[in-house]
Design a protein around this ligand. Structure first.
Ligand SMILES: [Zn+2]
Length: 308
């Protein structure tokens, strides 16, 4: 049993912005997965495609809703936000049904997702990252234990614990995920590397995670959970004072131990092509780092994680 329905958003000229929802199964528990909340993030589509291959032919006791494009206009132009109002879909809380384009998208998504039993939002991170579930460790979240237990079932490579003491992470309080959490929906987001950098192994870890969650929800019978030990991490993000051509050190790998003062990469400044070495200001674990890129002053280049 499969079906495609639409969230009605509107149009510009003759182009329609409605959001398709691909649903498999019927009745019972519902599990929603959203991709491309940010229009330039398409790794989630490949993860979902792998997940759908894994469940092909299996009997479902419930429904799985796939939203392949939560932000059609932004996906169309391969940009983070829609050019119509330049608002970040994931920083508008639960949106506004009588607001601008992106606010309406969020309101419609929110209205659909709060009817689901479980929601997972898939994002791509701007730096290379292990498959990382985002966990909001705020004390006032009543369903914290349920969210945490689903994250453990998903078995990401790491769990990224947000830290609101750090201003850089305070922006995550107005995400669609937090709006769902405040509406008491069991949900979480996970981050992967960008599509051009994600490995086959990471795609498999993420799609197995989706399968694990569906099994835990009871959507599939007689399946074994492939659950792994959970590694909780917080992080310090490092931004650069100089701009130019950033190149990470050749033999760097995610999750390696780093000591304060270790060489992480170089920045070649413009227009003089002078190379500066960039050292870690912290000791810890290399949780994320940016791939080769022309960066501006203040761009994040790597983050050092701390196992909790
Ligand atoms: Zn994103």
């Amino acid at each position: 049993m499969e079906n495609i329905s639409y969230l009605k958003i509107g149009q510009k000229g003759v182009i329609n912005f409605d959001i398709p929802i691909y649903t498999i199964g019927q009745g019972g528990v519902s599990f929603a997965i959203t991709c491309s909340v940010h229009g330039d993030e398409t790794a989630g589509l490949f993860i979902v495609n792998d997940f759908l291959k894994r469940i092909k032919g299996k009997k479902l006791n419930g429904m799985i809703h796939i939203i392949p494009s939560a932000n059609p206009i932004a996906q169309l132009t391969n940009s983070r936000v829609a050019f119509i109002d330049h608002k970040d879909l994931n920083r508008l809380n639960k949106g506004r049904i009588d607001g601008s384009y992106t606010e309406r998208v969020v309101a419609n998504l929110f209205d659909f997702l709060i009817k689901c039993n479980m929601v997972i939002n898939i994002h791509e991170f701007e730096m290379k990252t292990p498959v990382a579930c985002i966990f909001d460790n705020m004390d006032n979240i009543s369903q914290k234990e349920q969210i945490l237990s689903m994250i453990k079932v998903f078995s990401p490579q790491i769990v990224w614990q947000l830290n609101y003491d750090k201003q850089v992470e305070a922006q995550y309080q107005t995400t669609l995920d937090m709006a769902l959490t405040n509406a008491k929906i069991i949900n979480f987001a996970f981050e992967t590397s960008q599509l051009s950098l994600i490995t086959d192994e990471e795609i498999k870890i993420a799609s197995q995670g989706l399968l694990n969650v569906a099994i835990k929800l009871g959507i599939f019978d007689d399946e074994n959970l492939q659950q792994k030990e959970t590694i909780f991490m917080t992080r310090n993000e490092v931004t650069n004072d100089i701009s130019g051509l950033w190149e990470a050190k050749q033999d760097l790998s995610l999750m390696q131990n780093i000591k304060k003062g270790d060489l992480i990469g170089t920045i070649t400044t413009l227009p003089d092509f002078k190379k500066s070495e960039i050292y870690s200001p912290f000791s810890g674990i290399l949780m994320q780092y940016r791939h080769r890129q022309m960066i501006s002053t203040g761009t994040s280049i790597f983050s050092i994680g701390y196992q909790q």
